[in-house]
Design a binder for this molecule. Structure first.
Ligand SMILES: Nc1ncnc2c1ncn2[C@@H]1O[C@H](COP(=O)(O)OP(=O)(O)O)[C@@H](O)[C@H]1O
Ligand SMILES: [Mg+2]
Length: 331
């Protein structure tokens, strides 16, 4: 066994995270007679190995079309891309070996059992029969379907079907997983179970996950980075914090304060004079302040000078859904 130091291990991890699992270069797809529907429009994405990457956008944004091009189900109109180092135009066979896909909608053989369905997919990958049966049982256990292993898929609930789809996507032990709306149509409990599964898979097997969703809340919970897409165009990409600071720069910061022992009109005048403050609104004892940049401490200091007390000072974070709508609105 090779023994490596922590530093070496750390630097190896750094090296690995630098590598890309998915890359698209001006990837485009147009539909229609005169190619007037720009489903995906010059998309440039870089997904790092080991990331959970969220692809968010309203219906018709181009999420499914992008995924289909990355897994070789649709030919790009122009541009190129790579998945697990392989070219999406010329090396689709290699990409199939390296990837697992949960499509939306997913079609299975409803009259076959979960085990029989997985056997079918395992055969497509030439997995030998001993290994195959073990893998099938392990996978169905992972997704919480051990008890349903010999039940027909036709009788599965939507949540069970999605989890089965995840097991199917994992049959070839992929390094990159494509999940198209993995929680759409499932009840909240089932959706949470799915999200936990995705997180665990990413951690325990270091699988790169590329998932699409129309819920910002969902991607916030499980994704390291998020890309927002609408009308085929990439609008923003980054961590939730990155996206927040983009909006903060444009929108400024909103504070909510509660004050005591202070004359309301005086409080307004004092806060207005603080550098960066744009707007002040008072409904005693509540004070709302809109600033161009973070200046909460300065506001508090100015109010304290009057002898008043501040019982609350909080920055009003935009909810992610609002953030998402804002970014899409401006497109
Ligand atoms: N096979 C197709 N023929 C014509 N238009 C299509 C086809 N597939 C998708 N589109 C159009 O491309 C756009 C993007 O669709 P899609 O990728 O399915 O979006 P999303 O998955 O984000 O909801 C939509 O306007 C859709 O109507
Ligand atoms: Mg879709």
């Amino acid at each position: 066994m090779e023994i490596i130091s922590r530093e070496q291990e750390q630097s190896q991890i750094m090296e690995r995270t630098k590598e890309l699992a998915i890359e698209t270069i001006n990837l485009s797809k147009s539909f229609g007679k005169e190619k007037k529907i720009h489903a995906v429009d010059n998309l440039n994405l870089k997904v790092k190995k080991g990331e959970v990457f969220g692809f968010v956008g309203p219906n018709g944004a181009g999420k499914t079309t992008t995924m289909k091009m990355l897994i070789g189900l649709l030919e790009p109109t122009s541009g190129s891309g790579k998945v697990a180092k392989y070219d999406i135009l010329h090396e689709i066979i290699n990409i199939r070996e390296e990837t697992g896909v949960l499509p939306e909608p997913a079609g299975f053989y409803d009259y076959l059992t979960a085990r029989q369905n997985l056997r079918f997919y395992a055969k497509l990958y030439d997995i030998d029969s001993n290994e195959r049966e073990k893998r099938i049982e392990n996978l169905l256990e992972t997704v919480g379907l051990s008890r349903a292993i010999d039940q027909k898929i036709g009788g599965f609930s939507t949540g069970m079907r999605k989890r089965f789809g995840l097991a199917q996507a994992l049959i070839n032990e992929p390094t990159v997983l494509f999940l198209d709306e993995p929680t759409s149509g499932i009840d909240p409990l089932g959706a949470q179970m799915m999200r936990n599964l995705i997180k665990n898979l990413n951690k325990s097997k270091s699988v790169t996950v590329f998932l699409s969703s129309h819920s910002m809340e969902e991607v916030e919970e499980i994704c390291d980075r998020i890309a927002i897409i609408a009308k085929g165009k990439l609008l923003a990409v980054g961590s939730v914090e990155d996206l927040r600071s983009v909006v903060r720069e444009k929108e400024g910061v909103h504070y909510l304060l509660e004050v005591q022992d202070i004359i309301p009109s005086e409080a307004v005048e004092i806060v207005k004079d603080v550098d960066g403050v744009e707007e002040v609104e008072i409904q005693y004892p509540t004070l709302k302040v809109h600033s161009n940049f973070k200046n909460g401490a300065e506001i508090a200091k100015a109010l304290a000078k009057t002898g008043g007390t501040i019982s609350l000072l909080e920055e009003q974070e935009l909810t992610l859904q609002k953030l998402f709508l804002k970014i899409i609105e401006e497109a």
